[in-house]
Design a protein around this ligand. Structure first.
Ligand SMILES: [Zn+2]
Length: 227
């Protein structure tokens, strides 16, 4: 066995690693490494510094399956969070719409009786009661509701949403004439009207009650409805 100096082996090592040397040089290096601890360490270190060689002979189909599996897992996850997102957005939209409708559209607030000025109450020959209503708080009224309780008390209730709007152009609902066709309402409801109020049972203002004499309805009022 030739005794090759460590320096020469060291010079050859990179060539062996890169596989660009002769078979003789490789054998010489391997023989030397077999008995030289010092060069073995250098050899190990040199090999460790090299990039990890690509694994050869990996089945491409395996890789493909792995990638497909990963993709499907990812897709499932994505689909799930997409649906979750859709659900949550629909929910919040529904809540917003409900809140909007509830606050701005539902006619659930009754205008306080104190904000209603009732004037020019009169009666036509055929028993209709006409009156002038002025909602004096400057906010719009969206609807007038008519109801009657078991006592024969008839209520005219002005309704507006929770979020009230400034009345832009005063409509006839906020300032104008209104009428109750007493005989018509009585036959419709199958009950005699004893009193007519503006407001609600808890907060009301009397317009007329049985026994109260009313003047004839004003011409202006009658003209408004073509009576
Ligand atoms: Zn050596």
């Amino acid at each position: 066995m030739r005794d090759v100096p460590c320096e020469i082996i060291e010079d050859l090592m990179p060539l062996v690693v890169d596989d660009v040397c002769s078979e003789e040089s490789r054998e010489m290096v391997e023989e030397h490494l077999a008995h030289c601890k010092q060069c073995q360490l250098k050899w190990e270190r040199m090999k460790a510094d090299l990039p990890i060689p690509e694994k050869k002979g990996t089945d491409p189909a395996t890789d493909d399956r792995v990638i497909k599996g990963m993709a499907s897992t990812w897709n499932r996850g994505r689909k799930k969070s997409f649906l979750k997102g859709v659900f949550l957005s629909s929910l919040s939209i529904a809540v917003l719409v409900l809140a909007y409708v509830g606050l701005f559209e539902w006619q659930i607030t009754s205008v306080p009786a104190d904000n209603a000025e009732i004037s020019d109450v009169g009666e036509t020959e055929d028993g209709k009661i006409l009156y002038h209503l002025n909602i004096n708080d400057g906010y719009s009224v969206n609807t007038l509701k008519y109801s009657m309780d078991d006592n024969g008390d008839f209520y005219i209730t002005a309704k507006r949403p929770v979020v009230k709007e400034k009345a832009q152009h005063l409509s006839t609902l906020e300032r104008g004439y209104d009428f109750i066709d007493v005989p018509d309402q009585e036959s419709m409801r199958g009950q005699k009207i004893k009193a007519v109020y503006f407001g609600t049972q808890k907060d009301r203002k009397l317009i007329w009650k049985k026994g109260m004499d009313l003047p004839g309805a004003s011409e202006e009022a009658k003209e408004r409805f073509g009576f």
